[in-house]
Design a protein around this ligand. Sequence first.
Ligand code: BGC
Ligand code: ZN
Length: 368
Amino acid sequence: MRAIAVTPGEAGSIHLEDVPKPSVGEVPEGRGVLVRVLRVGVDGTDKEINAAEYGAAPPGQDFLIIGHENFGVVEEVGPNVPDTIRPGTYVVASVRRPGSSIYGQIGLQDFTTDDFYYERGINLLHGYLTEHYVEDARFVFPLPANLREVGVLLEPTTVAEKGINHAYEIQRRLKVWEPRRACILGSGTIGLLMALAARLRGLELTVFSLPERPYRNADLVEELGGVYFSSQERTLAEVSAERGPFDLMMDATGFSPLVWEAAEVLGKNGVLVLSSITGGDRRVEIRSDAINQSFVLGNKVMVGTVNASPADFRSGVDDLIKAEALFPGWLAQLLTTPIQGLERYDQMIRALTEDRAAIKVYVEVNGS
Ligand code: BGC
Ligand code: ZN
């Protein structure tokens, strides 16, 4: 079967590989699930892997099958797979696998303390941009059939879910935390999914991001009942004066200097969640006394988040279901840029790197 792969360490090496079709028996203890891949979304991580800035092949191999935002349909299950996963069930598999740290042993490999981590399609494990994959049922999450069109958004949704779920978890320390105002920084796929997650939790929503209107993503924020501001028109401090103080702020801009502006305006007892992977070497001057003092006197929290746990996949499925009920058609508008077939990997990379208006670029695998 065909797969989209790169040669890690070699920039622009994206190509098709011919690989053997896997079988359910490859997974021990009868927990194998054979999945026919329907759609795979791509993001900045895939772009960086093809640019040889990130990613590693499985040990002993010279290529890495990429793609981690998967969606497929079950074809076959081993004898020990729970009956929530049957042939015909739509599923999404998670990305990270346990390493040697205790967190992996308790199913929370998103919190691994290992120096390197195992992530399908990213690091040391093959991904999902192929026709079939086999996975252990423990890492496979079922979706209801009415999420057929938008289920490919589950993996990026779980990144937003982990951030917001942990914000609430942390704030249990306050006994009576009743957040009212959320501010999301960034309006790419993750920013929009964070905006959705915040709105679904009943928060007043403000989104602050670079592009000026007319801008489809700003319209999408308004469709959720939120207010959009471009950083070319207002500073974050001005936005906060008008719409804050913010109880919850979440960054998904990829622009690390903004984090320090957010830290300055975050409300008392507020929580600031960081999710951008910024591989660069940017430095900025910050108002360190002011930030430090406001964190101390305001009991504020800043927390980083990566990847997602099984609980975040389950709350992600719940939020996708809720989104379809409360904002019908909203999620589908994120699916701007379909690529027809694995063989169009060049077009996929071009869309990912050049199409500024694209929200989610995804591959329709198997002609489905
Ligand atoms: C993926 C996460 C992953 C992270 C770091 C993101 O693009 O969606 O699942 O943990 O990259 O590799
Ligand atoms: Zn990703």
